[in-house]
Ligand binder design. Structure first.
Ligand SMILES: CC(C)(COP(=O)(O)OP(=O)(O)OC[C@H]1O[C@@H](n2cnc3c(N)ncnc32)[C@H](O)[C@@H]1OP(=O)(O)O)[C@@H](O)C(=O)NCCC(=O)NCCS
Length: 183
């Protein structure tokens, strides 16, 4: 498989038009929306417009997430706001198939995107914003050793109220050091 980014049990493929249907279902699921920020509800028509815009945007890469064992499509992720010369990008992720939560697939998506971002895109820093009550992301941050940069107070209008969120990140040098140790 050459056109994919390969992990241990998942792989990432650039998002295709045919992936949008499930993406819309996931985005409209209240359990998933709870920890995301976007303009919901969403529709196929709106998501197709989004797709047409992003596929030719060189400042982002948008992927679909699949399981290697059975090619099951389980979520989506990407790197956005890719900016040079500072070399940074924001990561986003959703594992939409809720029955797979807790199997480590989310964590693996981070691993694959860090490798891709640092080695292929030449990034120096990858960061994420997440709502303070997002326990899944909080756990992943601890597992993969991203550094909490701070609490952004009343930073975003989310689900009908102004909410706090965290920003956390990893630098290429810290990722490289960690990789060296785990070899
Ligand atoms: C957050 C998310 C990506 C985690 O995916 P995942 O495949 O469950 O991730 P992992 O299994 O690698 O690890 C996450 C850890 O958090 C736990 N977790 C996952 N979802 C959780 C939730 N909704 N509430 C509490 N804990 C959760 C997992 O059990 C696991 O715990 P463990 O390390 O003790 O086993 C996924 O729950 C998701 O897509 N949520 C909705 C959208 C979202 O919040 N995206 C991120 C926005 S910043």
């Amino acid at each position: 498989m050459i056109n994919v980014l390969l992990g241990k049990s998942i792989y990432l493929k650039l998002v295709e038009r045919e992936d949008l249907f499930k993406r819309v279902d996931w985005l409209n699921d209240p359990d998933i929306q709870r920890t995301l920020n976007y303009d919901y509800p969403t529709s196929i028509a709106k998501t197709e417009k989004w797709f047409d815009k992003v596929i030719s945007d060189s400042h982002r890469r948008d992927f679909s997430v699949f399981l290697i064992e059975d090619n099951r499509y389980i979520g989506f992720c990407g790197l956005i706001d890719i900016s040079y010369p500072v070399g940074k990008a924001e990561l986003y992720i959703t594992i939409g198939e809720k029955d797979t939560w807790g199997n480590g697939y989310g964590t693996e998506v981070y691993d694959v995107l860090m490798k891709y971002g640092f080695e292929e895109l030449g990034l120096n820093k990858i960061y994420i914003h997440y709502l303070t009550y997002n326990q899944g992301t909080q756990k992943i941050m601890q597992k993969i050793g991203w550094q909490l940069e701070g609490l952004l107070r009343q930073d975003i209008y989310s689900h009908g109220k102004i909410a706090d969120r965290y920003i956390a990140s990893i630098l290429k040098k810290d990722w490289a050091k960690k990789n060296e140790i785990s070899k």
